[in-house]
Design a binder for this molecule. Structure first.
Ligand code: BES
Ligand code: ZN
Ligand code: ZN
Length: 465
C-alpha cells in the first residue's frame, strides 16, 4: 500500500514549491496582475482558465512554481489537486495561499496505483510528491480516508482467484489484530445450521473457497450498537442461472460491498468513534457445480421464513438476509449495509451514483446533507412497499427475485428490509464499486462509492450530538 503519510506532511518551514490555485472565473484578472514574463509563460503553456485540471509551470531560477486553475478556489473539491499529484515531479509542494483541506485526498490518491500485476512498475516510481499543510488534524483524517479508499480499490481490483472468502477473512482478521477487536468466523456445519442462505449460495464453491460469515466486534459495550454489513460475493458467475460472458466479466467486484464495509470499520476504529461496532461480512463464491443451489429450491432462512429461489443470480440479497438477521439479534441502533446488489441500480442512476435506501427520514435527511459536504454523492431511492407483491411465491413465504424486470433495485431493497428489525434505523447502499472511465485521482477499476459519505454520516450522528 502506498505510504500516504509521506505524501502529506507537516509544515516545518521546509522549502516547498508554491502551487497557485486560481479561480477559473477570476483567472483573467489574476493573470493581468502577474509580471509580463509570467504572462508570456502561461500563454505559451496555454493555461487560459478554460480547461479543468489544467496547470502550468513558472521557472524560478533552478526551481519552479505551479499555477493551476480550479472551479472555486474558496471551496476546493477533493479532486482538484489530483492531476497535479499525478503529473508533477518528485519534491515538496505547498499551496501559495490557504490550506489544502478536503483537496488533500486527491493529492494522496493521485499517487496510488494498483500495480501488483505489472511486471514493470510505471510512473508511480518517479518518487513521492509531498504536500505541506499546517493542519495536523487534516493529515490524520486525509491519510485515513486515502488508505480506506485505496483498500476498497485494491480489494476490488484483485482477481477473484486470489481474493476468495479466505482472503476476505484474513482482511478482517488483520483489522482485528491491528485494533484489538474480536473476530469470529462461522463456516462448515455451523454455517449450514445457523446461516442456511449463506451456506446455500456458497455450496458450489471448491473446498478452498467454502462460504463463511466473518464478524468483528469492537468498542465499549455501553456505546450505541452499529452494525455494518457488506456483500462478499468473491465471484458471481450467476450460479445455475449463469450470467452471460459480458455480464460476468466484472464480477470479481461483487465483493465490493464487503470491501466498503471493512474499510468503513477501519475508519470507525481509527477515529475511535464512540460506537459498539459489529462488522458482518458474508463471504461466498456464487459458483456452478453439481452441489449448487437451484432455481425452485426453498430454503429456510436464519429468520425462519421460507425463501423460494427464483433466480440463483439474485444471491447477494440471500447472503445479506442471514447476515442482517444476525445483526438485528444484538438490537443495534443502526444497521448500514453495502452491496453490489443489482444491475438495476446502475441502470437507474449510472455508475457514479450509488442508490441509497433509508428506513428512517432523519437518517435520509442527514445523508443528503453530508454527501454534499464530503463530495461523495448518493441518491435516495424509495422503499416502495407495494412492490413487495413482486416477490410473492406460489408455495413459500416469498421469492428471492421479482417476477417483473421493473424497479429491480427497489425490490432487492424490499427483500432485505424483511430481515431488518422494525425498530432499527437502516441504510442500504446499492453501489457499483467500479469506475468505468478514469478521472484524476480515480483510475478505471475498483472504486469506493458512498464510503466517505457514510463515514461522515456516522461522525455526525455519534460525535456531534
Ligand atoms: N452482482 C449482481 C448485480 C450487479 C450486476 C451489480 C452488474 C453490478 C453490475 C447481482 O448478484 C445480480 O446478479 N443481480 C441480478 C438480480 C436479478 C437476477 C433479479 C441483476 O441485477 O440482474
Ligand atoms: Zn448475481
Ligand atoms: Zn452478485
Amino acid at each position: 500500500m502506498t505510504d500516504f503519510a509521506a505524501l502529506l506532511v507537516a509544515d516545518r518551514g521546509q522549502r516547498a514549491r508554491p502551487i497557485h490555485l486560481v479561480d477559473k472565473n477570476s483567472f483573467e484578472s489574476w493573470v493581468k496582475k502577474r509580471p509580463a514574463e509570467d504572462r508570456a509563460l502561461l500563454e505559451a503553456q496555454r493555461l487560459d482558465g478554460k480547461n479543468a485540471f489544467a496547470f502550468a509551470l513558472l521557472p524560478r531560477g533552478g526551481e519552479f512554481e505551479v499555477v493551476s486553475t480550479v472551479k472555486d478556489a474558496g471551496d476546493l473539491s477533493p479532486w482538484c489537486l489530483a492531476k497535479l499529484a499525478e503529473s508533477l515531479p518528485q519534491g515538496v509542494y505547498k499551496l501559495a495561499e490557504g490550506e489544502p483541506g478536503i483537496a488533500s485526498l486527491g493529492w494522496l490518491l493521485g499517487q496510488h496505483r494498483f500495480d501488483d500485476y505489472r511486471s514493470k512498475k510505471d510512473e508511480a516510481d518517479r518518487g513521492p510528491r509531498a504536500l505541506v499543510t499546517t493542519s495536523a488534524a487534516n493529515i490524520e483524517a486525509s491519510v485515513r480516508l486515502a488508505e480506506a479508499t485505496a483498500l476498497v480499490r485494491d480489494l476490488v481490483n484483485t482477481p477473484a482467484a486470489e481474493l476468495g472468502p479466505i482472503e476476505l477473512e484474513q482482511e478482517v482478521r488483520k483489522l482485528a489484530t491491528d485494533s484489538g477487536a474480536q473476530a469470529r468466523v462461522t463456516s462448515g456445519n455451523e454455517l449450514a445450521e445457523g446461516y442456511p442462505l449463506i451456506a446455500a449460495v456458497g455450496a458450489a464453491a471448491t473446498a478452498a473457497r467454502t462460504p463463511r460469515l466473518i464478524e468483528l466486534e469492537w468498542g465499549k459495550p455501553d456505546d450505541p450498537r452499529v452494525a455494518i454489513v457488506g456483500k462478499g460475493v468473491c465471484f458471481d458467475s450467476g450460479g445455475l442461472d449463469l450470467k452471460s460472458a459480458s455480464g460476468m466479466r466484472l464480477m470479481k467486484k461483487d465483493m465490493g460491498g464487503a470491501a466498503h464495509a471493512i474499510a468503513l470499520a477501519r475508519l470507525i476504529i481509527a477515529e475511535r468513534l464512540p460506537v459498539r461496532l459489529h462488522l458482518l461480512v458474508p463471504a461466498v463464491e456464487n459458483a456452478v457445480s453439481s452441489g449448487a443451489y437451484r432455481p425452485g429450491d426453498i430454503i429456510k432462512s436464519r429468520q425462519g421464513s421460507f425463501v423460494e429461489i427464483d433466480n440463483t443470480d439474485a444471491e447477494g440479497r440471500l447472503i445479506l438476509a442471514d447476515a442482517l438477521t444476525k445483526a438485528g439479534e444484538s438490537k443495534p441502533e443502526l444497521i448500514v449495509d453495502f452491496a453490489t446488489l443489482t444491475g438495476a441500480a446502475r441502470v437507474a442512476l449510472g455508475p457514479d451514483l450509488p442508490a441509497f435506501f433509508a428506513s428512517d427520514e432523519s437518517l435520509a435527511a442527514s445523508a443528503a446533507e453530508v454527501w454534499k459536504e464530503v463530495d461523495d454523492p448518493m441518491w435516495r431511492m424509495p422503499l416502495w412497499e407495494p412492490y413487495d407483491e413482486m416477490l410473492k411465491s406460489d408455495i413459500a413465504d416469498f421469492a428471492n427475485a421479482s417476477s417483473s424486470p421493473m424497479a429491480g433495485c427497489i425490490t432487492a431493497a424490499i427483500f432485505l428490509k424483511k430481515f431488518v428489525p422494525e425498530s432499527t434505523a437502516w441504510a442500504h447502499l446499492d453501489t457499483f464499486a467500479w469506475r468505468e472511465a478514469a478521472k484524476p485521482g480515480r483510475p478505471k477499476g475498483g472504486e469506493a462509492l458512498g464510503l466517505r459519505a457514510i463515514f461522515a454520516l456516522l461522525q455526525r450522528r455519534y460525535l456531534h450530538q
